[in-house]
Design a protein around this ligand. Structure first.
Ligand code: HSE
Length: 433
């Protein structure tokens, strides 16, 4: 029996775009049975017509002009995989205005300009789907939108950048230094050629902004969150953390302050107990721990990047769109007034790991302890190894629960002491309880 076609305009034929095309062909029959529509990629926009491709495409489908997709009345839906922000914004906007639903995997676009795009989507009664924008193949967006709809999301703690997790895993397991581990990640194709957004924390931050916005029904602004990358994590800190019973992970933390309704969103390299389930997430894998007031704790684990996992999410969005195309069902983002205020990072409380490289002479420790004491920051434990070089010595202090702002002030003051030889290293300790 013939079924109606779903005509797809695929914008971008890089790694993920090629995966979407390949996997639609591969599972064509299954998709038809499950959705009652024939998935037809009817136009593909590429940047370079002459590029050699690992997945072959019929020449008549290919164009370099995005307008050929946007203005084709036959096309039901546009898949945006061109990346970047401005050009992608224009494409998504024009698609919505032309009555086409949009599927995108573009986390930077949504984090930076999602609010504008969803308003346009609302106005034109066309949805935007974005499962592939967060954590590749892990179905976390639909989980929050659908499966956890009856929950207030209390916290999320995510390992949502595979490149950083790979680098930290190699530094932990093989004792590699940061540069060597980064070089390996690039050689294996995990990190981008320009890995800046991966290692400076902003790839994870864009994903965290989307998750927080979706969870709390308001757009969290990029300038209202706190982001630190892994560039300053030393293997020495990983070794000390290990001795103290912790692993270091780049964590995205999203937290609702229930008393005030404020939302805390931050990305930081953090110590977590070696026994915690997130500590066993290694290599390029991603995982997100979600706690809802009704469901309790849930954990989502899988591949956060890569051609097949990410195209699995894009195809799921296309399948969702088949059910909604033609019916006016909203934008894919529900705003509400329950939450909204960003929580000031200075007030966010945790324990801390602090390493200070100091001159090895009497009285040094007392000066550091005095500065911490003046600001009411308690010391939980302390290590100073005997086998250090003669002139300087590392002192590692575990600090008691304290507000981040106060601890930063203490660290600034400690950094100015004459006896301190390098900038102190401060990492948060997340108890994730
Ligand atoms: N570069 C990202 C990562 C995947 O390493 O997880 C795309 O966001």
């Amino acid at each position: 029996m013939s079924v109606p076609n779903l005509k797809i305009g695929l914008a971008g034929f890089g790694n993920v775009g090629a995966g979407v095309y390949k996997n639609i062909q591969k599972n064509q029959h299954l998709l038809r049975e499950r959705t009652g529509r024939e998935f037809v990629v009817s136009r593909i926009a590429v940047r370079d017509l002459n590029k050699t491709r690992s997945v072959e495409i019929p020449a008549e489908l290919v164009t370099t002009d995005l307008n050929d997709l946007v203005h084709d009345p036959e096309i039901d839906l546009i898949v945006e995989l061109i990346g970047g922000i401005d050009r992608a914004f224009d494409l998504v906007k024009a698609s919505l205005e032309n009555g086409k639903a949009v599927v995108t995997g573009n986390k930077a676009l949504l984090a930076e300009r999602g609010q504008e795009l969803f308003a346009i989507a609302e106005e034109h009664g066309q949805p935007i789907y974005y499962e592939a924008a967060v954590a590749g193949g892990i179905p976390i967006i639909k989980t929050v939108q659908e499966s956890l709809i009856g929950n207030h999301i209390q916290t999320m703690a995510g390992i949502i950048n595979g490149t950083c997790n790979y680098i930290l895993t190699r530094m932990t397991e093989e004792g590699l230094d940061y540069q060597t581990a980064l070089g390996e990640a690039q050689e294996l194709g995990y990190a981008e050629a320009d890995p800046t957004l991966d290692v400076n924390g902003w790839d994870a931050a864009h994903k965290a902004i989307i998750l927080a916005s979706l969870s709390y029904g308001c757009w969290v602004r990029c300038d209202k969150i706190y982001v630190e990358g892994i560039e300053n994590v030393h293997r020495e800190d990983i070794a000390f953390a290990e001795k103290l019973g912790y692993s270091i992970k780049l964590l995205a933390i999203i937290q609702l302050h229930e008393k005030t309704g404020a939302i805390e969103v931050r990305v930081q390299p953090s110590l977590i107990a070696k026994e915690h389930i997130l500590a066993s997430v290694k290599g390029v894998f991603n995982a997100i721990l979600v706690k809802g007031d009704v469901v309790g704790e849930t954990l989502f684990y899988g591949s956060g990047a890569g051609q097949d996992p990410t195209s699995s999410s894009v195809i799921a969005d296309i399948a969702d769109a088949t059910a909604l195309i033609g019916s006016n069902t909203g934008s894919g983002f529900v705003t509400h007034g329950l939450y909204g205020k960003p929580a000031p990072i200075e007030e966010s409380i945790s324990k801390y790991y602090l390493r200070v490289e100091v001159e090895d002479r009497p009285g040094v420790l007392a000066q550091i302890a005095a500065l911490l004491g003046e600001l009411d920051v308690g010391i939980l434990s302390l290590i100073q190894p005997e086998d250090h070089n003669e002139a300087t010595a590392p002192v590692v202090l575990m600090l008691h629960y304290a507000p981040f702002g106060i601890v930063q002030t203490a660290i600034d003051r400690i950094g100015q002491l004459d006896c301190v030889c390098e900038s102190p290293v401060l990492l948060r300790v997340e108890d994730l309880s």
